[in-house]
Write a new protein. Structure first.
Length: 494
C-alpha cells in the first residue's frame, strides 16, 4: 500500500476513487434499469422466479466463495507476495469445491421447489464460482493500491457485456436461460479483465507465510455473511416454496427495484471506504472524520430513493416493469422502510471491518437473523405483501439497537452518528410531503411516466435545497474541489 503520500494527496485519491466508483455504479444502475425495462417485456414472472430459485442456492454458497480472504488481504497492514500467492490458491481451491457442491446439490433443489427445469440451469450456474475465484486476489491487490478507477471500469465492462447477452438471448426466445447466462458472463469477463490490467501473477503456495490471522479474520467474515444471508433471503426461499415461481418473481422484481440502488451505493462507497479506513486504523481522529463523510454520502443519496419508493411506487413499477408487474407496486412500497434501515445501519460494517472488530459484527448478525426471519414467517400467510410488511417491521424494530451496538466504544459517538443522519432525514420528510402533494394534485391529469419524472424531479430539487440550507453544502463542495483539483497520483508498493 502507499506509505509516503501526504494527507492531501491521500484525500484527493480517495475522493477521485470514490467518484469513479460512484460513476461506474451509476452507469451500472442506469444500465440495469434499462435492461430490466427491456427484459420485463420479453420475459415472464415465472422466468424470473426460476432464476430466483437458482439464486437461493448459488447465493448461499457465494457466502463462502472467498472465505473472507479478500477483505483480510485489504485490511492487512503489510501483505507479502508469498501471502498473496497462498491466498490466491486457497481461493481457487474454494471456487472449484463450491462449484462441485452446487452440482451435487442441484437435484435436491429440484425436489425442494418441485421444478424439474432447475437441474440444468443450476449445473450451468455452478461455473460462476470457478470464474469468480480467479479474480478475488487481483481485486484485493487493486484495492490495496487504491486503483478504484480501474476496478470501476472493469465493473462497467462486465455489466455491459452481461446485459447485452441477456437482451440478445431473450429476444431470441431463450427465456430464463438469458438470465442464467448473464450471471455467468459477468464473472467470466471480470476475471479476464482484471488479469489484464493487474500485472501481479501468483507464485507457488507456501506454508508458514503467516496467513493464519487472515484466515481467522476471513472465517469470521464468512460466518457473518452466512447469518446475514439467512436473514435477508429467507423470504425468497419461503415464498418460492409455498407460493410458487410467479409470486416469487413479483416479489423479487420489487425487492430489486427497492434494494438495487442502496446496495450498489453501499457496495461502491464501501469498496473505497474499507481500504481507506483500514489505512487509518492507527489514527482515530482521521478514522472518525473519514468514516462520517463516507456514511453521510450514503445516507444523503439514499433518502430520496426511499421517499420515491414510498410515494411513486405505482408509477415506478408501471414505467420500468410494465402493466403485468403492477402487483409488485405494493411490495415495493412496503419494502421502503427496509431500504432506509439498510442505508443508515449497514455502513457501520465498514468501520468494524477496518478496525478488525469482526467478532462484534458476528454477534450483531446473530441478533439480526432470528428477528428478521420471525417477521418474515409472520407475514408469509399473506403472500408477497405480508412478507414485505414483516421484513420492514423487523428491520425498523432492530434499527436503533443495531446502530447503538455497532458504534459502541468506537471512534464514532452518538452525537456524530445523529449528525450524520438527522439532516438528510429531515430534508427527506419535507421533500416527501411535497412529492405526495404533487401526486395527489396531478395523478389524474398526467401520464404515469410524466407524473413520475416531474414528481421525482420536484422532490429531489426540494431535497437538495433543504439539505444545503441545513448546512450540508460545504461537505459536497469540498468533495467536488478535491475531485477536480490536479495532483500527482499516489505511488507506493502493494
Amino acid at each position: 500500500m502507499p506509505s509516503t503520500a501526504t494527507d492531501v494527496e491521500f484525500k484527493r485519491t480517495s475522493v477521485r476513487g470514490g467518484a469513479a466508483v460512484l460513476f461506474g455504479q451509476g452507469f451500472g444502475s442506469v444500465l440495469q434499469i434499462g435492461t430490466t425495462i427491456i427484459l420485463a417485456r420479453l420475459l415472464s414472472p415465472t422466468d424470473y422466479g426460476i432464476q430466483s430459485m437458482v439464486l437461493s442456492l448459488t447465493n448461499f454458497f457465494s457466502l463462502f466463495r472467498d472465505a473472507g480472504l479478500s477483505s483480510a488481504a485489504v485490511q492487512c497492514e503489510n501483505l507479502t507476495n508469498e501471502q498473496a500467492s497462498t491466498l490466491f490458491w486457497i481461493n481457487l481451491a474454494l471456487g472449484a469445491s463450491l462449484m462441485g457442491l452446487v452440482c451435487v446439490a442441484s437435484p435436491a433443489l429440484v425436489i425442494f421447489y418441485r421444478e424439474p427445469r432447475l437441474l440444468w440451469v443450476t449445473l450451468a450456474s455452478s461455473s460462476v464460482f470457478l470464474f469468480s475465484s480467479l479474480s478475488f486476489q487481483h481485486h484485493a491487490m487493486l484495492d490495496r493500491a487504491l486503483r478504484f478507477t480501474t476496478s470501476a471500469k472493469i465493473a462497467v465492462l462486465s455489466a455491459t457485456i452481461g446485459a447485452a447477452v441477456a437482451i440478445g438471448m431473450s429476444a431470441l426466445g431463450y427465456r430464463y436461460w438469458a438470465l442464467i447466462v448473464q450471471n455467468i458472463c459477468i464473472p467470466l469477463v471480470d476475471a479476464a479483465a482484471v488479469w489484464i490490467v493487474m500485472p501481479w501473477r501468483p507464485g507457488a503456495p507456501r506454508r508458514g507465510t503467516g496467513i493464519r490471522s487472515m484466515v481467522r479474520f476471513g472465517g469470521f467474515m464468512s460466518l457473518n455473511r452466512l447469518v446475514v444471508y439467512l436473514a435477508y433471503n429467507s423470504e425468497k426461499i419461503l415464498l418460492g416454496r409455498y407460493w410458487g415461481a410467479a409470486a416469487l418473481g413479483l416479489y423479487g422484481r420489487a425487492y430489486q427495484l427497492a434494494n438495487l440502488p442502496v446496495q450498489q451505493l453501499i457496495d461502491s462507497v464501501g469498496s473505497v471506504a474499507f481500504p481507506v479506513l483500514s489505512r487509518m486504523q492507527k489514527d482515530p481522529e482521521r478514522l472518525r472524520r473519514s468514516y462520517m463523510k463516507f456514511h453521510s454520502v450514503v445516507v444523503s443519496m439514499m433518502i430520496p430513493v426511499v421517499i420515491a419508493c414510498l410515494v411513486f411506487a405505482d408509477q415506478i413499477v408501471g414505467t420500468i416493469l410494465g402493466p403485468k408487474w403492477i402487483g409488485s407496486a405494493v411490495v415495493l412500497r412496503l419494502l421502503a422502510p427496509t431500504v432506509l434501515v439498510f442505508a443508515i445501519v449497514n455502513p457501520l460494517q465498514w468501520l468494524l471491518k477496518a478496525t478488525g472488530q469482526f467478532a462484534r459484527s458476528l454477534k450483531i448478525s446473530f441478533l439480526l437473523g432470528p428477528v428478521v426471519i420471525l417477521g418474515i414467517v409472520a407475514g408469509l400467510r399473506y403472500g408477497p405483501p405480508g412478507v414485505a410488511t414483516g421484513y420492514s417491521a423487523a428491520m425498523l424494530v432492530l434499527c436503533v439497537p443495531l446502530a447503538a451496538w455497532a458504534k459502541y466504544r468506537t471512534v464514532v459517538s452518538t452525537a456524530d452518528y445523529w449528525d450524520c443522519i438527522k439532516w438528510p432525514m429531515l430534508s427527506g420528510a419535507i421533500s416527501g410531503i411535497a412529492g405526495w402533494l404533487f401526486l395527489v394534485a396531478f395523478q389524474h391529469s398526467l401520464a404515469p411516466i410524466a407524473l413520475l419524472a416531474l414528481g421525482v424531479s420536484l422532490m429531489c430539487t426540494i431535497y437538495v435545497l433543504v439539505l444545503f440550507t441545513l448546512g450540508q453544502k460545504e461537505m459536497y463542495v469540498d468533495a467536488l474541489r478535491q475531485l477536480f483539483q490536479r495532483s500527482d497520483p499516489l505511488s507506493g508498493q502493494v
